[in-house]
Design a protein around this ligand. Structure first.
Ligand SMILES: NC(=O)c1ccc[n+]([C@@H]2O[C@H](COP(=O)([O-])OP(=O)(O)OC[C@H]3O[C@@H](n4cnc5c(N)ncnc54)[C@H](O)[C@@H]3O)[C@@H](O)[C@H]2O)c1
Length: 348
């Protein structure tokens, strides 16, 4: 019989309901859910039936059931403690984005994972969008003049009534929604050098921000990127876009979650606008469709030693930049990537 990779799921909230359940049910090959646990008993009951597996009664019992991976989808600010617990039980971990909120937490957890030889992966699924993979290939040889990132999304006030928007557990539009696209900037452009940021609440009331603006300068060629992100738009998510302005063309990632790509070639007379259908995909929501690719890559690596999945530690620059952007607002000055103590209000 073919080996299948088993998963335990910790936390059965929105991301499971809106994306991960469907992925396990219909999309991935050679992987299945062995056990689940949420502190909310109703959710345990609901997903026991849906996943056709047993929900454990306590976290300790859950951690004692052996499976190939524990997938953590609890509140962002609780990831650190939950990962640490999993590591104590010598369990491999896949954690939803952001793996942790504080830079030193990621460094600490990575050391433990290495020492114990445990796998420690994270989910930044948009890196695996066809459009993003294509843009990464084609911008290598371009002379880039500048870049801009816009997130035009919508969250109603009631979204902020639980842990969302709180500094200790989440942060604002940058750390919850925008982080995907800041991660793409790093994936496409490399490490930043410095940033300066401003935050405000335009429409929603929350501890952190519903609207974030930054200027980021990257190490390579001192490239500048302007960033504007907000959840204050209505009535629904409109777009997440990254425009890369090159000397002779504009390369644009767009759609709800950078799932589409187009190129505008600049000419003396008539510009040539090309929609790249082959590398653009329709998505039902801002979650996109690439969770499947993240999980399938992990399964294929386990079974066939195919391409390495994204190690959580590979997102260190993203976690650093998020904290730099918040720290810049707090200190009202430019923050450098090389600073030793990249601590902001974000996290516990
Ligand atoms: N990759 C993506 O596109 C994406 C999208 C949405 C959310 N996320 C991430 O997923 C995580 C969860 O987000 P969500 O929107 O599903 O949140 P949610 O609040 O809907 O769900 C969190 C769940 O964790 C449970 N939980 C909390 N503490 C627990 C514990 N000690 N033991 C067991 N269960 C516990 C809660 O009861 C809740 O059901 C966040 O880190 C978020 O950033 C990722």
């Amino acid at each position: 019989m073919n080996k299948k990779i088993s998963f335990s799921i910790l936390g059965l909230g929105r991301v499971i309901e809106k994306r991960v359940f469907k992925m396990f049910k219909n999309e991935i090959k050679n992987g299945y859910v062995k056990t689940i646990f949420d502190i909310d008993k109703k959710k345990n009951k609901k997903y026991e039936k849906l996943f056709k597996c047993k929900a454990e009664e306590t976290l300790e019992k859950f951690l004692n059931i052996k499976s190939d991976f524990i997938y953590i989808a609890t509140e962002s600010g609780n990831h650190f403690n939950h990962i640490l617990k999993c590591f104590k039980y010598n369990r491999n971990v896949i954690v939803e984005k952001p793996p942790v909120l504080k830079v030193k937490e990621l460094i600490f957890l990575n050391k433990i994972a290495k020492k114990k030889r445990l796998k420690f992966y994270t989910v930044f699924q948009n890196r695996m969008n066809k459009s993003v993979q294509y843009v990464k290939r084609i911008i290598k040889n371009e002379k880039i003049i500048f870049v801009d990132l816009s997130l035009i999304w919508s969250r109603p006030q009631e979204y902020y009534k639980d842990w969302h928007g709180k500094w200790k557990l989440d942060g604002g539009v940058l750390a919850q929604q925008g982080i995907h696209y800041v991660d793409l900037l790093i994936f496409l452009l490399g490490e930043p050098n410095k940033c300066i940021s401003s935050i405000v609440n335009r429409v929603n009331k929350l501890q952190a921000e519903d609207t974030h603006s930054s200027l980021i300068i990257f190490k390579k060629n001192n490239l500048s990127c302007t960033v504007n992100m907000s959840t204050a738009f209505r009535p629904k998510d409109f777009e997440a876009s990254i425009n890369i302005y090159c000397k002779k063309k504009i390369v644009s990632l767009g759609g709800l979650c950078c799932n589409k790509v187009s190129i505008n070639e600049l000419h003396q007379n008539k510009n040539n606008f090309i929609k790249l259908k082959k590398f653009s995909e329709e998505v039902p929501s801002g979650y996109g469709i690439s969770h499947r690719r993240v999980f399938q890559k992990i399964i294929d690596y386990e079974l066939k030693k195919k391409n390495l999945p994204l190690n959580a530690y590979d997102s260190l620059s993203t976690i650093k930049l998020i904290n730099m952007m918040y720290k810049s607002f707090e200190k009202k000055k430019w923050i450098l990537f090389k600073e030793k103590n990249l601590i902001s209000k974000l996290g516990k």
